[in-house]
Design a binder for this molecule. Structure first.
Ligand code: ASP
Length: 512
């Protein structure tokens, strides 16, 4: 709410200055009063400040041992925020796709837009994996310079392969030439690694994921397709991991409406349009509290990731090269690749306008680590701040939140090769191309929730014959990298929504 204040200032020059926080400042000679109507600080600044304060609070919390207080009294507000956003995400996906598709009217147009959307999503995903592979192969952050450590890691890999009857993928067998002492040492390290906290956490995640997937259809070549079609829409809507099923239903519903005459479906269309508006209003209401909730989220997440400040720093240092590379790759996508792609397709959204407009969604993605929870705000930002027509955003963004995760795929490519380098496993070009395929599928299959990428990383490692439990090595940094990759996942969806709109010659809203 606007606040008015009178302030006395000493100045010699008569002038009028416009500052972003003050509507008008009136100056009279030497001294003047100015009435400033303190405009609300823009939301993205408030969120950014809250994030910084959250980090400061987490650091203090670790330093002074308040972690229990933070976990009990601060962190839960972060969970409340994520729950509230997720609550809106599923109905919003449903309503926006139905209204978007039915509103297009012409099923052939829908087919064209659908093909463009999926095609572009595939292009951005594969490019992200390519960039990731290029960076990690060039800079090789996982290579061990110490010969003894290198051999020890390698022998651990071969011991695992022997234990699980997995073929050693590069055909080298150093167990044959290593000394008994070296093997005994590697055996101890291997056993020791399985006792570690991170290993147990990874094993736990894996068990849960295995259980969830065994509850579905029987595995087979068409499992992914079978999993996309819901047998019960209520169940699909009730489980955040089944967003693809909700999308399938919404598409089917919207297409069916588009085939029927308007006199028959007018009331249904109005109902869904109205519902869409109500849910968007809910986003506005919840977002008013965003700065507070984001503060709680940041403080809670960081305080949970390490008991003390020293242990947090240790984690950083150990995985510094790898983490910096992931962050650099993500930054490359965000600041170079997407702007170039938009330019290539003739999208006329300026660099500054794009990032300023997207910043609330990006900050939210960073603090919630969930593209699904961020989706309502992404839709808002892309339509209201970038001026992309709803005809595109209503369709492209909900699908993108589920199937298009460039940040996640780049991270998977880097993590797999980093781990292979760490355990001294040589991967051929062919095997790396295999990673492109599996990482693409994994990023499509990954749920848009925190930590989903890590579980998919296990799937990718396993599918190329490496130890899925290696994720324990990168696990300590995972939440922080998850926050970063979610920002890219959201930005990429926005880019594609703008390109699709441009290519369909839709009219962008002029915001100037
Ligand atoms: N948290 C990411 C998202 O929601 C997925 C992941 O990479 O874990 O987009």
């Amino acid at each position: 709410m606007a606040r008015q204040a009178f302030e006395l200032l000493d100045f010699t020059i008569l002038r009028t200055i416009e500052l972003s926080n003050y509507r008008t400042i009136e100056l009279s000679s030497n001294r003047f009063y100015y009435l400033h109507d303190m405009k609300k600080l823009a939301l993205h600044w408030k969120i950014l400040i809250a994030m910084v304060l959250g980090v400061v609070f987490a650091i203090l919390s670790m330093k002074f041992g308040w972690n229990k207080f933070t976990a009990d009294w601060v962190d839960p507000f972060g969970s409340i925020f994520i729950n509230a956003l997720k609550l809106i995400a599923v109905p919003l996906v449903l309503f926006s796709i139905i209204t978007g598709v039915a509103g297009m009217g012409d099923p052939s147009k829908l087919g064209r837009i659908g093909a463009k959307t999926l095609g572009l999503y595939l292009v951005t995903t594969v490019s992200s994996i390519g960039i990731g592979l290029l960076l990690v192969n060039t800079l090789a952050p996982g290579l061990q310079s110490n010969e003894e450590t290198r051999l020890n890691h390698r022998l651990q890999y071969e011991l695992w392969a022997e234990e699980t009857s997995t073929e050693v993928i590069d055909g080298r067998h150093e167990l044959k030439t290593a000394s008994t002492e070296q093997i005994a040492k590697a055996q101890m390290s291997y056993k020791g690694s399985t006792e570690k906290k991170e290993y147990k956490t990874a094993a736990d995640k894996r068990k849960k994921a295995d259980k969830a997937s065994s509850e579905g259809a029987a595995p087979g070549p068409l499992k992914a397709l079978v999993d996309m079609v819901p047998s019960n829409i209520i169940i699909a809507m009730g489980d955040g991991r089944l967003m693809l099923q909700v999308i399938f239903f919404a598409l089917l519903f919207g297409i069916s409406m588009a085939f029927l005459p308007k006199e028959k479906t007018g009331a249904v269309f109005d109902f869904f349009t109205g519902m869409n508006e109500v849910f968007i209003k809910m986003v506005h209401i919840i977002m008013r509290g965003a700065p507070f909730f984001v503060f709680c989220l940041m403080a809670g997440v960081l305080a949970r990731s390490a008991d003390t400040l020293d242990s947090l720093l240790d984690i950083f240092v150990q995985l510094l090269g790898y983490s910096l590379l992931v962050v650099a790759g993500l930054a490359l996508l965000m600041f170079v690749f997407y702007p170039l792609l938009m330019r290539l397709f003739g999208v006329k959204i300026g660099y500054q306008k794009f990032f300023k407009g997207m910043s609330p969604a990006q900050f939210l993605a960073f603090s919630t680590s969930s593209s699904a929870a961020t989706l309502p705000v992404t839709i808002e930002c892309v339509t209201d701040n970038l001026g992309v027509p709803e005809e595109s955003t209503d369709f492209v963004l909900p699908i993108g939140a589920t199937v298009n995760m460039d940040g996640t795929s780049l991270y998977q490519a880097i993590a797999v090769i980093f781990l292979a380098q760490y355990f001294d496993v040589d991967l051929t070009i062919g095997q790396q191309l295999g990673i492109v395929v599996t990482a693409t599928l994994a990023s499509i299959g990954a749920a848009a929730v925190p930590g989903a990428g890590l579980i998919m990383l296990m799937v990718v490692l396993e599918s190329i014959g490496l130890n899925p439990m290696w994720v324990a090595i990168v696990l300590p940094m995972d939440r922080i990298l998850d926050m970063c990759r979610t920002v890219i996942n959201v930005t990429s969806d926005a880019t594609v929504a703008a390109i699709v709109a441009k290519s369909e010659k839709m009219k962008f809203r002029d915001l100037e």
